[in-house]
Write a protein that binds this ligand. Structure first.
Ligand code: PGA
Length: 263
């Protein structure tokens, strides 16, 4: 049976374009801190705020076990790219970056090729990466999940090598499950995550693939998180909406810590 990669579950809090005020962002991070640092042996928390809040939040997180990440980055290091943020700029503040989120694919027209370039650039700049993949509702209904997700993983990792494996995480997020309250059946998540592991092994070699973590994301909350983190190959969750509520996120951490302690 495929095993988890790490003794620690990764819980990634994707705040998306929230909160709108700096003060609210600081309140939120302070609210999630106690739970996020309470189980350093079994839980690794990474918080992904909007760009403008990164510096202020970096100060709050300094010296703690909680990591900071950006929700996106560009693939070049510097130059005439108005509005873009380079991974070299991020690495002073962040340990992580998300690439290929479905909202960027849908609203900003990000292609697999762009995701591959961003992923490689972030890894080359010593950042850890959560690369997101997932099928649309129509693919799910047509039974094409494995095909779609496998193609996204292959394309997204086109410029990666075995050396990147320990800093590479793939988040399986069915697009229809994101923000919809309709989370995936754990069996569906498990089957797809297993396909992801298989394809990563084919791409970078089985040994290196054993270091690549795989997360589930899509309407994760305190009531359903257990059904994902107890899956034998699930290395944690990418949490969107529920990470904006400090109490709910704290419960997600507590439930996950309980599962990981009693494996
Ligand atoms: P959600 O978002 O938890 O609000 O569904 C997850 C994500 O988009 O990463």
């Amino acid at each position: 049976m495929p095993a988890r990669v790490s003794p620690k579950a990764l819980l990634a809090a994707n705040w998306k374009m929230n909160p709108v005020n700096a003060g609210d962002a600081l309140d939120l991070v302070k609210g999630v801190m106690p739970a996020s640092i309470a189980h350093p042996d079994v839980i690794e928390v990474a918080i992904f705020p909007p760009f403008p809040w990164l510096l202020g939040i970096a100060e709050v997180l300094e010296g703690t076990t909680v990591k900071l990440g950006a929700q996106d980055c560009f693939w070049e290091i510097s130059g005439a790219y108005t509005g873009e943020v380079s991974p070299a700029m991020l690495k002073g503040w962040c340990q992580w970056v998300i690439t290929g989120h479905s909202e960027r694919r849908a609203y900003l027209g990000e292609t697999d090729d762009m995701v591959a370039r961003k992923t490689a650039a972030a890894l080359a700049n010593d950042l850890s990466v959560i690369m997101c993949v997932g099928e649309l509702d129509e693919h799910y209904e047509a039974g094409k999940t494995a095909e779609v997700v496998t193609a996204q993983v292959k394309a997204g990792l086109a410029n990666c090598s075995a050396d990147d494996s320990a800093r590479l995480v793939i988040a399986y997020e069915p697009v229809w499950a994101i923000g919809s309250g309709k989370s995936a059946e754990p069996e569906h998540a498990y089957t797809t995550m297993r396909s992801i592991r298989r394809i990563v092994g084919e791409l970078i070699g089985a040994g290196a693939a054993r270091k690549v973590r795989v997360l589930y994301g899509g309407s994760v909350n305190a009531s359903n998180v257990e059904s994902y983190v107890e899956l034998p190959l699930c290395d944690g969750c990418l949490v969107g909406g529920a990470s904006l509520n400090a109490e709910e996120f704290a419960k997600i951490v507590e439930v996950t810590a309980g599962v990981y302690r009693h494996r």
